[in-house]
Design a protein around this ligand. Sequence first.
Ligand code: 5GP
Ligand code: ZN
Length: 110
Amino acid sequence: MCLFCEILNGNIPSTKVYEDDMIYAFKDINPVAPVHFLVVPKEHIGSVNDVTAENSKYVAHIFEKIPEIAKSQGIDSYRVISNCGKDAGQTVLHLHFHVIGGTELGENII
Ligand code: 5GP
Ligand code: ZN
C-alpha cells in the first residue's frame, strides 16, 4: 500500500486540514513555505498520468475545494503543483497537489 493510502487509512499520522468523502488535505511533513499542504483523492490514483474520464471527478473536486481550504489556512494567493513522474521529482506515487503560500514565492518554481 502506498504512503498516502497508509495516511488515508490512519496507519500513518498526519495533520488534517480538510476532509470529505472524496478527498483529504494534510500538512506536508517538510514544508517549503509557511503554508504547505497536500490534497489527495481518497481513491488511489498514481499520478496525473493516471487521470481518466472515470476518476477525473476527484481532480475536479480537489480544485473546487482548494480555494476554501486555502482560505481556512489564511491564504488567498498560492501556487498549486503536481509533480508527475521521476524527472519531475514525484516521490510518492499517489496523485497529490501541493498548495504552497503564505509568503512571496520565488519566480523560478514556475
Ligand atoms: P512529491 O515529491 O511526490 O511531489 O511530494 C511528496 C511530498 O510528500 C513531499 O513534499 C514530502 O515532504 C511529503 N511527505 C512525504 N512523506 C510524508 C509523510 O509521511 N507525511 C506527510 N504529511 N508528508 C509527507
Ligand atoms: Zn495510494
